[in-house]
Design a protein around this ligand. Structure first.
Ligand code: NAD
Length: 254
């Protein structure tokens, strides 16, 4: 396994204002990368300022970005090139839960969930691939955030589970998309973040959360780093369950 030298590398992390995305952003900076963080949550600006202060250098730039808006997403990725001159890593982390069907008569919430969780990943990856394809070295890595929900029917989060199943299959299909461009995913079970704890439909008392417990978010951030660093992984999905060793998803490769 070759470990990437992140010094001089530039990463874009979506949904990096808090929780898993913020930990990934911090991990990347600790290993020498410079980062662009995109989020609808303005708290990301203060987090980037804090990272810059700690590093005593401009290593983290925040941009308000709604990944469900393709223009906003593309300008986030372009910011890596205009600010730091290159793009090496794209972490498609931003994601939202759907509202259960009983509360979504119009399907608007489902539409937003699909745009945020799926179209952003495909649109952002395509945009990055165009950039890498123009470069002779064509070196890049994309990590998508899937979910264990992709593999197990959970009727209270049907749309969400469907979006994450789409991401899992998309990642597999992109196994060898271009020379030296790798696309991987991480598929966690329940993680101890606001995503679960502040959710109006989940929360710590939900039976599914009680049944499986919650994974510390740093474990997921570490697996994202593994998906970036381990160049034997391409089109691979690292499935992480609470209190179990992470395993690679066994869907057949094409
Ligand atoms: P979180 O809700 O704590 O953080 C998600 C971040 O994404 C937030 O900062 C939020 O503002 C941002 N975001 C949401 N919509 C956005 C948009 N349209 N544009 C830009 N940013 C947006 O969640 P988390 O637990 O850190 O989850 C991160 C990823 O991990 C998500 O894709 C989620 O589906 C996935 N995941 C989470 C869990 C879990 O149990 N927490 C389990 C499996 C997968």
């Amino acid at each position: 396994m070759t470990v990437f030298d992140f010094t001089g590398r530039v990463a874009v992390v979506t949904g990096g204002a808090q929780s898993i995305g913020l930990l990934v952003a911090q991990n990347l900076v600790k290993k020498g990368a410079r980062i662009i963080v995109g989020d609808i949550n303005i708290a990301g600006a203060a987090e980037c300022e804090r990272i810059n202060k700690e590093s005593n250098a401009l290593v983290a730039v925040f941009q308000l970005c709604d990944v469900s808006d393709m223009g906003s997403l593309k300008s986030l990725i372009d910011l890596a090139i205009t600010t730091f001159g290159r793009l090496d890593i794209l972490v498609n982390n931003a994601g939202i839960l759907d509202r259960p069907w009983e509360f979504d008569a119009t399907g608007d919430a489902a539409h937003r969930c699909i745009m945020t969780n799926v179209c952003s990943v495909i649109g952002g990856t395509n945009h990055a691939l165009h950039y890498w394809n123009e470069k002779e070295e064509r070196q890049g890595v994309v990590v998508n955030m899937a979910s264990l929900a992709a593999y197990m029917p959970l009727n209270f989060m049907a749309t969400y589970a469907a979006t994450k199943a789409a991401i899992a299959m998309y990642t597999k299909c992109m196994a060898s998309v271009a020379p030296k461009v790798r696309v991987n995913a991480v598929a966690p079970g329940g993680v101890d973040t606001k995503f679960v704890t502040d959710s109006e439909f989940l929360g710590r008392d939900h039976w599914a959360v009680k049944a499986s417990g919650l994974i510390p978010p740093q474990i997921i951030a570490d697996q994202v780093m593994r998906a970036i660093e381990d160049d034997s992984l391409a089109g691979d999905i690292i499935v992480v369950k609470n209190n179990e060793e992470p395993v690679l998803c066994t869907l057949p490769k094409s």
